[in-house]
Structure formats: C-alpha cells, structure tokens
Design a protein around this ligand. Structure first.
Ligand code: SAH
Ligand code: SF4
Length: 345
C-alpha cells in the first residue's frame, strides 16, 4: 500500500486524479497530513466517502509509533525511539533552542560506513529508510511541538541522525521535496541541512541537481591516512577527491559549505591539526562545526577540553579567516548527541 507520507504533492495530485477525483480532494488530504499532522485518515471529513474509501483501500498513513521517549535533564532535547512497519527501529531527536526547534532525522536504520567513534556505525547497517519513513519523523517532531502548544515552531531539519543520507540519495531527496512544499511543512530555503561522511558521487549529484539544502561534510582529519583510520569510507572516497567535490559544490551553486570535526582529545585537536584543516579548506566559503566527541560504547577517545577547542577556533580564524562554531553539547545524558544514536531493541 502506498504510504501517503512518501508522496510529493504532485504525486498525490496525480494519484487522486488517476482515480477520477477532483484535485481539491488532494489538497484537502495534503492539509490533513501536513497542517493537521495526521497519524491516520481519522477525522479527514472534507472529502466525500467515495474518495475516503478509495484511500482506505489503497493507501496508508505511515505513522511511526513511539516505543520510547526520553527527555534530557535540561529539558531541551527529546529523543524518540520509533518502530518501523517491519519492526526495525530508529531514533529521531528534537532539539529546542530559544525561538526555534530542530528535528534531527535518521536516513537509514544503522549505517554501513563504520566510523569508529559513532554508535550508529558500531551497530552496522540495517536497511534504507523510505521517503515516507523520513518525512514521518519530521511530522512526529512537529506534532510534539504542537501538543506542547509551543510557539516555537519546527524551523530546521538536519539529516544528522542514524545513517549516511547520501547512501540513500533518492529517498532522502524525495523527503526533502516533501518537507519543503510551501503548502505543507514549508521548510524553506536554508532550513534543511544534510550531513555526509563524504560520499563523493552524492555530493557531485547534489551540486549538479542544484539541491536547495545545506551540505555539511564530516572531515575529522585533514590527512588521508589518519582520516581513513577514523572514517573507513575515506578509503573509497579519498580526501583529494572529496575536496574536489566540495569545491565543485561551492562553485556550481555559489554556496558555502559546512565541515564537521569531532574534537577528540590528543587525536585531532592540536594547533597543528587546526593548521592542517585550515590549509586544506582555505579559499572555500566554509564554516567549521566543531563537535567535542560524545561518548559511545565502542570507542575509548575523550572529548577535547574547552581550551583546546578555543585554540582550534583561534587558529582557524586568525590564520585562515575561517569561521567556526563549537556545537553545544545537548542531550548527551540521554544518548541523543551526535554519533550516539543506536536504537536499542
Ligand atoms: N552520516 C552522516 C550524518 C550523521 S552523523 C555523517 O557522518 O556526516 C552527524 C555528525 O556526528 C557527523 O559529523 C559525525 O561524524 C558526527 N559524529 C559521529 N559520532 C560522533 C561522536 N561520537 N561524537 C561527536 N560527533 C560524532
Ligand atoms: Fe554512519 Fe555518519 Fe555514523 Fe559515520 S558518523 S557511521 S557515516 S552515521
């Protein structure tokens, strides 16, 4: 059965019209899904019974039940363990900041890339998520905000949950199209960010297709051999090819790019490391996100201290003119930080 959360608006229109019904009914249904944040056809009353029965026979609303919900002690972060129709489990995180909220969504159950410091990588690959399963996570997050009568509406979506989004390109981009639809969730320009381990063909494809979302590339090391020890996918897509693809992205789209760097004490956080990354990305319109390492069961490294992070930032700024941000550590107590998502059974 077709998952209604997996259809773009033109596809939903086409489906309803192929049944011989008016496109007005598709519009009602779209509002029910994305303004009503529906979990079923439920109280969809605007459409006649014949349309409704056709929908009931041939489609489903792919709502993902919450199996566990945890809230961080500071109250800013909530993590949802969601169950997919086949029993697979994923995690979605809702982060609240003043005036805005961000949903961090998963693109796969597990991940095949095997980054050593990442809990998702440590669990291995489960399966790809469909576009509907991705969109449903965002609907879930929006519903939580609505129920809490939060004036802070969902403003941003980041593909930084479980999985490598460019290893599931088509489903992710279809989900992006659905999330951006101005008559639905309407996540406008600059509100969606995709983070990749560095899947070169995917980056090039995003550039060539002019995908209207931000790109963040997980670097962690400016040295091919060192990087491959942390990020095994670097053997398949070496650093020089990755940097070529990043330059292509920036020049083709005239846009800046984000680089992510998990700061691991003594491993990649010295002034020398900062100089190396500065030399590597100098000249690109780049912003660096520094993420002090979050703890995971399978990796012994420690997060850099505040002063190492500040030194790293100073080198980037003073010597290379590169802006950077140290990511706020949120949700670590509930395992909802970057790289901590693992979806326990
Ligand atoms: N697969 C994508 C997106 C998910 S991970 C990617 O790798 O980019 C989101 C970010 O968290 C990535 O930059 C990733 O490298 C980083 N990360 C993974 N494990 C981490 C950890 N233990 N501590 C801090 N950051 C981590
Ligand atoms: Fe996969 Fe990203 Fe984790 Fe690497 S950091 S294992 S690519 S989810």
């Amino acid at each position: 059965m077709t998952d209604l959360y997996g259809l773009t608006r033109p596809e939903l229109n086409a489906l309803v019209e192929s049944w011989g019904f008016s496109p007005d009914h598709a519009a009602s249904l779209w509002r029910h899904l994305y303004l009503g944040l529906a979990s079923s056809l439920g109280d969809l009353r605007e459409v006649p019974a014949r349309v409704r029965s056709r929908l009931e026979a041939e489609t489903r609303v792919g709502d993902l039940p919450v199996r566990l919900e945890t809230a961080s002690s500071d109250g800013f972060t909530r993590k949802f363990l969601l169950e997919l129709a086949d029993g697979a489990r994923i995690e979605t995180v809702l982060m609240r900041f003043t005036g805005r909220a961000t949903a961090c969504v998963s693109s796969q159950a597990g991940c095949a890339m095997g980054c050593v410091f990442c809990a998702t990588g440590q669990m291995g690959f489960g399966r790809q998520l469909s576009a509907g399963e991705i969109v449903s996570q965002v609907v879930r997050a929006a519903r939580v905000l609505l129920a809490a009568r939060e004036p802070k509406r969902l403003r941003n979506v980041v593909f930084m949950g479980m999985g490598e989004p460019l290893h599931n390109y088509d489903a992710v981009m279809r989900a992006v199209d659905i999330l951006r639809d101005p008559s639905g969730l309407a996540l406008g320009a600059g509100r969606i960010t995709l983070s990749t381990v560095g899947v070169v063909p995917g980056i090039r494809r995003m550039a060539d297709e002019a995908r209207p979302i931000h790109l963040a590339v997980s670097l962690h090391s400016a040295d091919q051999e060192e990087r491959a020890l942390l990020v095994p996918a670097a053997r398949r897509w070496p650093l020089d090819e990755l940097m070529d693809a990043c330059r292509h992205f920036c020049s083709a789209l005239g846009r800046r790019i984000f680089f992510e760097w998990a700061l691991i004490e003594g491993r990649n956080d010295t002034a020398d490391h900062a100089h190396a990354v500065g030399r590597l990305i100098r000249g690109l319109p780049a912003h660096v996100n520094l993420i002090p390492l979050n703890p995971t069961a399978g990796y012994p490294g420690a997060p850099s201290r505040g002063e190492a992070a500040r030194r790293f930032q100073r080198v980037l700024a003073d010597d290379y003119g590169l802006p950077s941000t140290v990511r706020q550590r949120r949700g670590i107590d509930i395992g909802a930080g970057c790289g901590q998502l693992a979806a326990p059974a």
